[in-house]
Ligand binder design. Structure first.
Ligand code: NIG
Ligand code: FE
Length: 411
């Protein structure tokens, strides 16, 4: 199967030699080719360049004319909870009436509310609900996604979630990474120490043995899991080859960032509250900070200080956090726009954060995240638009016209 996209107004994120991720000033550069072509062979990017060098189109199975349109790599959404049962719009209305996210959680709402619903939902139903969401985010330009468990909170229900993620991985052409988040909340009427032991002694070995997870996560936060709990869980996770990707600094800074870095976490996510020592801990590490502006928007909490992070020379990735409680949207276009509007990221920084840096935060930087020969041909074609800055500028809109995964049009 061969495909040629010709007359591309601008081909974005073109990198002759692939980079692992971009940090600091380098995030401000988005290499692009105007009036370009892109060639695909068997799902892989085989060539690209200026139209003057475009190969003869008779040699291709399919030829697309992208006049007036931009082409860019699909979004790499490195932090989601896309597999969940039901919704929590009741809690949303409670918050409008003045309750805080923390108060709702204390009353047995929040994560425990979703866990109860999920435990009472059949695996088939959970799969169907999740499938609908995955199709929707793919149509908006997402071409790689990480999905967490963590609404099961019992061995049986966590396995159910992870099996659903595995089924999605097998049924859909996009790259799906699975993360075990047993330590998302302490189940009702359960002693925290006993639950942490259960995670360590029973859940991790069973999940690792069934090869149901790529990564391990902990919600390291006041009132959830302490730094000591986090370190204990990550250590055992590591012994089962599960690298860490953790929730830290959403509401308080308690040392979770340093704990993540010390344990070679691939990413530390949220960071709405970031201290100078957290920034220091991230320097010279291989850990990717990940911001989730959809969560800040929805909960009305501070935005991750992107300028502090990038101006300190660090990298930053952007993800949706798609979940029923704090970010019920999997729209990466909204995330990219909100990062520019609310976090003072430039369009170049935001696009880099949502493509190559997101790919790194899922261990996919060699396959995805840039237009590079040999990488998977996962790309989006926009509607006819003036420039790439129009994408974040026109917030709440989606200008992705069509999406290609491994060279195949998925809508
Ligand atoms: O990333 N902070 C922890 N977990 C999710 C939200 C969970 C929920 O409210 O259902 C998050 O924001
Ligand atoms: Fe999350």
């Amino acid at each position: 199967m061969t495909l040629l996209v010709k007359n591309i107004k601008e081909l974005l994120q073109v990198r002759e030699t692939s980079v692992s991720f971009l940090s600091g000033k380098a995030m401000g550069e988005l290499p692009a080719i105007k009036n370009a072509f892109l060639a695909v062979e068997n799902g892989i990017i085989s060539d690209y360049g200026i139209m003057r060098d475009c190969p003869d189109e008779t040699g291709f199975d399919t030829v697309l004319d992208a006049s007036g349109k931009l082409v860019l790599p699909t979004w790499c959404d490195s932090h989601t909870h896309l597999v969940f049962a039901g919704n929590r719009e009741g809690e949303f209305v409670d918050r409008i009436h003045g309750l805080t996210y923390e108060e709702i959680a204390k009353k047995g709402g929040g994560i425990l509310n979703s866990a109860k619903t999920l435990q009472n939902t059949s695996e088939e139903d959970l799969y169907e609900q999740s499938k609908t969401r995955l199709k929707a985010v793919m149509a908006m330009g997402t071409g790689a996604i990480e999905i967490k468990s963590g609404y099961g909170l019992s061995l049986e229900a966590e396995l159910k979630m992870l099996r659903v993620i595995k089924r999605l991985k097998e049924a859909f052409p996009i790259s799906v990474k699975a993360t075990f988040l047993g330590a998302h909340a302490v189940p009702k009427n359960t002693d925290k120490a006993a639950y942490v032991n259960h995670i360590i002694q029973d859940m991790i070995p069973r999940i690792a043995e069934a090869k149901l997870a790529d990564y391990i996560d902990v919600f390291c936060e006041t009132g959830y899991f302490s730094v000591a709990d986090t370190k204990a869980i990550l250590k055992v996770g590591k012994s089962y080859n599960l690298q860490a990707k953790i929730h830290v600094n959403q509401f308080t800074s308690i040392g979770g960032v340093a704990a993540g870095v010390e344990n070679q976490a691939l990413s530390v996510d949220h960071l709405e509250l970031l201290t100078a020592s957290d920034v220091q801990a991230l320097k010279n590490s291989m850990t990717m900070p990940v911001a989730l502006p959809g969560c800040s928007y929805f909960l009305g909490i501070p935005y991750t200080p992107a300028r502090t992070i990038i101006d300190a020379g660090l990298p930053l990735a952007l993800a949706t956090d798609y979940n029923p409680g704090s970010a019920p949207s999997g729209n990466m276009n909204f995330v990219v726009s909100t990062a520019c509007v609310k976090m003072q990221m430039t369009p170049e920084e935001a696009i880099n954060a949502a493509t190559i840096n997101g790919a790194y935060a899922m261990g996919l930087e060699n396959e995805l995240g840039s237009i590079t020969k040999g990488k998977l041909a996962n790309f989006s074609i926009t509607e006819p638009i003036n420039s790439y800055s129009f994408l974040p500028y026109s917030f709440g809109e989606n200008h992705i016209e069509s999406v290609y995964i491994k060279g195949q049009n998925i809508g």
